[in-house]
Design a protein around this ligand. Structure first.
Ligand SMILES: *Cc1c(COP(=O)(O)O)cnc(C)c1O
Length: 560
């Protein structure tokens, strides 16, 4: 046999040769390895060129989705260089979350090791469906479950957990366990044939709607308990509801305690909810008390302060910060009372999306979710860690688990204390600045996290008194709605400035809460929102927020 000459090589093989340069090489070749590194580094340089004083990459532009609808599937290949350049363009307009003037929602800047973990996962493509496909990425998941358990106070010898697709996924797991328990573990096999209730507060995350709809209990089985002015679930109203439910023989599958609400950083009284559950379970002789799931996707990280010496205060936080941290810790210090909980490393953990961990106090609960191994015979012949038997997903990326692992090792309790302590300290400083103006009202003034919700009022209106009327007096409905509109305009003007590189990128919420007219829910109350997570946010950035509010309000006045 003679080797085929290049002339009669089939064309596809010539293409194939070319296409191989689009992949990192499987066996080290210095030239091609260098090409890969160079490509990534060129890309990063190009993106870096988009940076300016503004808290976003390049320019933001209105998306023209109509044009996107005409895209057809291309016939020809493009080069690595062409596509890499194209990718740079798609970074245009991305907010830079680490920027001191980026105070948008709960989106963190990401650390270098957590980014590296994602790079590792992107290149080597672990699938933590089982350890045979993921080597030590599976070990990282198990170790992270153990470290997170230790942090919040679960016994790592008994606890269990899995990484899943986002905070919503952790609520799926918590509710699924509650439903299975309520139905004697039969729902997996037989489906849901009777009503099971999911209970949470009025300001709990809207993913409760997805969860109840998709798990098949239906949104009509969601029970929403009104909140107090501190954005926590009303305990007397929870007790009222539970008594009515148990009297009527209803099944309550799960109570979700929200440990850090999305807008206001409201904290339910988890300890009191657990005690109430236990007391009523005994009184009513319940065979299966409701499962309690803590939606701690934002609040989990405050656990790092459980063993901070607040008296000696070795990190030197201001007094106001210490009080804020201790106040939050009063509710977040004992997450271990929950039967299960959710953690988002992609929120207050400084890891990229997605990195969410579902933790359960007793890992035997996970067997309620397991399918029969013989239904997946092609997967489990080897290896010894088989989470695919009970996870919602089949394929699961190794990126989230390794990134969480990386940040825990990188930062430790001390690093997280510094990052979160700083965020809270800056939020407290912002409040001090805002409170100095009689026309600004901080509306979550008794939630002491990194987020500040505030409303601005027009001249002639005294903020505090006005807000008090708005939240409960139906005669003020019209003013409330006019002020929502006024604040929306303030937000827009500040946003426009930020886009020009002259200001702070804030968030907006249409409904940080609703007015409460006696027993009836009133209209939504909107607010401006500053969420501080960046280690670069400093006093200058905080001063700028207050200054801009004043300037923009004056501008509106002069335009009238
Ligand atoms: C963000 C959030 C969720 C949902 O998490 P995702 O990761 O966005 O799916 C659930 N609960 C609370 C309290 C949240 O803030």
């Amino acid at each position: 046999m003679t080797p085929r000459s290049p002339a009669n090589t089939p064309p596809y093989l010539r293409f194939l040769q070319q296409l191989k340069t689009c992949f990192p090489v499987p066996v080290s070749e210095p030239v091609m390895d260098g090409y890969f590194v160079h490509t990534v580094s060129r890309f990063l340089d190009r993106v870096d060129d988009l940076k300016s004083a503004a808290p976003l990459l390049g320019q933001s532009r209105q998306a023209h989705y109509q044009n996107s609808l005409g895209e057809g599937f291309p016939e020809e290949t493009q080069t690595v260089e062409e596509v890499t350049k194209l990718l740079t363009e798609y970074c245009q307009g991305m907010p830079i979350w680490a920027h001191p003037n980026s105070q948008v929602n709960v989106v963190p800047p990401t650390t270098i090791p957590s980014i590296t973990a994602f790079v590792a996962a992107a290149i080597y493509n672990p699938n933590i469906i089982w350890d045979e496909y993921s080597a030590r990425f599976a070990e990282a998941e198990i170790q992270t479950v153990s470290m997170a358990s230790d942090l919040i106070g679960y016994d790592p010898q008994r606890s269990g957990g899995v990484f899943t697709f986002s905070g919503t996924g952790t609520n799926f797991y918590g509710c699924k366990l509650g439903i299975e328990k309520a139905l004697g573990g039969r729902a997996m096999q037989e489906g849901i044939r009777e009503d099971v209730k999911i209970v949470s507060s009025a300001v709990s995350h809207y993913s409760r709607l997805n969860v109840s709809g998709w798990l098949g209990v239906g949104m009509k089985n969601l029970v929403t308990i009104p909140t107090n002015s501190d954005n926590d679930m009303s305990l007397p109203l929870l007790e009222d509801y539970l008594r009515r439910a148990f009297d009527a023989g209803e099944k309550v599958g799960v109570i979700i305690a929200t440990m850090g609400t999305t807008d206001a950083f409201g904290l339910d009284d988890l300890g009191a909810i657990v005690r109430l559950r236990d007391r009523l379970a005994q009184e009513y002789g319940l065979k299966q008390p409701p499962h309690i799931h803590a939606d701690a996707v934002i609040g989990w990280v405050w656990s790092v302060f459980r063993d901070y010496d607040f008296a000696a205060n070795p990190l030197g936080f201001r007094n106001r910060t210490l009080k804020a941290l201790q106040h939050s810790l009063g509710r977040l210090g004992d997450l271990a009372q929950a039967d299960s909980l959710g953690i988002d490393f992609h929120k207050t953990g400084y890891a990229p999306y997605l990195s969410s961990l579902f933790l359960v106090k007793d890992r035997r609960d996970l067997s309620l979710l397991s399918r029969h191994p013989e239904e997946m015979p092609y997967l489990y012949q080897f290896g010894s860690y088989h989470p695919g038997i009970y996870t919602l997903e089949c394929s699961r990326p190794g990126s989230g688990a390794l990134a969480a692992f990386a940040n825990i090792r990188l930062l430790g309790k001390q690093g997280y204390r510094v990052l979160i302590g700083h965020a809270v300290e800056m939020a407290e400083m912002l409040r001090e600045r805002l409170e100095a103006h009689p026309f600004i009202q901080v509306v979550n003034d008794r939630n002491f996290g990194p987020v500040t919700l505030f409303r601005v009022y027009p001249p002639g209106v005294e903020a505090q008194a006005e807000f008090r009327r708005e939240v409960k007096d139906p005669a003020y409905r019209e003013q409330l709605e006019a002020h929502n509109f006024f604040n929306r305009r303030i937000f827009q003007l500040i946003h426009d400035r930020a886009m020009r590189g002259e200001g702070v990128l804030l968030s907006w919420t249409d409904a940080c809460r609703h007015a409460q007219y006696g027993k009836d829910e009133g209209p939504p109350i909107a607010a401006l929102k500053s969420f501080i997570l960046s280690p670069w946010t400093d006093l200058a950035a905080v001063d700028m927020v207050a200054r801009q509010v004043v300037e923009v309000r004056n501008q509106m006045e002069s335009e009238r």
